[in-house]
Design a protein around this ligand. Sequence first.
Ligand code: HAM
Length: 429
Amino acid sequence: MGKKPVRKKINRLRGMYDILPSEIWIWQKVEKIVSEVFHSYNFQEIRFPILESTSLFHTAIGEATDVVEKEMFSFDNRSGNSISLRPEGTAGCVRAVIQNDLCNRGLTQKLWYKGPMFRYERPQKGRNRQFTQIGAEIYNIESSQADVELILMSHRLWKRIGLPNIRLEINSLGTSESRLAYREELIEYLSQYKELLDDDAKNRLQSNPLRILDSKNPQLEDIIKSAPVLEDFLDEESKQHFECVKQSLDECGIEYTVNQKLVRGLDYYSRTVFEWITDDLGSQGTICGGGRYDSLVELQGGKPTTAVGFAMGLDRIVEIIKDLNLWQPESQVDAYMIIDKEIPMQHIYKLSEQIRSALPKLNLLVNQNPSSFKAQFKKADKSMAQFAIIVGENEINNKILTLKSLKDKSFGQKELRFDDFVKTLSQFK
Ligand code: HAM
């Protein structure tokens, strides 16, 4: 016999992760809470492709953004056209809205989505190359109440999940015209300090000077501190819009700070922008970001349609829940079937199928490798099951099942005929 070839292990790609059964319950629980909360605000789910034409993201997100310049997973398909893995959901959502005529004749839409997004960033805690976003978008409501509703909805989510220490920062970017005037002023101001700017800021000076305000470089801190502020350039309508947002948040008791330097990393925003931030995650503390983007639908070839939305990073939220031990693991097993190993397995299968038909929601674990009763009870305890169903000689001979609570001593152990067994368990499931 020849030597067996040595197979090389193939690992996952950098910045991409497997979500294992041991923690999937956290993801599922967050997703469940999100879908319940979104439903209660009358949002409807939409699903759109992970792959889109590269030009869609260039148009929507902006050529001079980090995402488009450095972070896209783009490649040519077999016909030589450039396609990209979506780096975020808004561009695809807008494309789907336009293509399916969802906002026809001013129709309002409140949509939400979840799924994987891809950005070629340097991986670190809270920053992955494949990550999951859950986003919500409102189309055709120009009033500031749509902005406020999204903030209230996200606030409700943090409360339901139990996230502590989350703070809200808001700002207004005004209309694209007011931003243009501000941009000129900002370029003029920053140009005075050109020699002191780092390479990144120098590169952005003409293409995207507002993003320089976002710089984390401490050497730029003083320059940025004294820079002209966008607020002084806001048009009257944007000012009023922002005032209404703040007033409503005050009335609803939502705390916030106005951060004049909050500009967001994507070009499509106008007027309100906001971020929810935590200090529990290190430098990647933004768990949710969003804002208004009233010009994007038109920019992508649709009819003028106002829009506002947000997206949250599920990876970051799960990380906080794990780091702070916010949730205790729940049992994945409702009932553990403990079997006398002498009983033929066909009989057990028949019985367990009957139980599943009668109790479709019950999570029943049948021990397929029965050992001693003692060992099986140990395994049942370890599985954190609520009940043990015991099937031994006595049960077979008397056509009964023994149900034992593993959590509630007062329930004890009951010998039950099938109908009563189903009735008893259906009170729990
Ligand atoms: P974004 O701020 O780029 O906005 O991303 C939203 C959230 O996704 C971030 O706050 C963060 O929690 C999460 N996130 C972003 N990049 C990563 C990463 N590399 N690893 C882990 N999590 C990440 C948007 O994407 C906009 N589309 C939001 C929006 C919707 N605006 C209006 N509608």
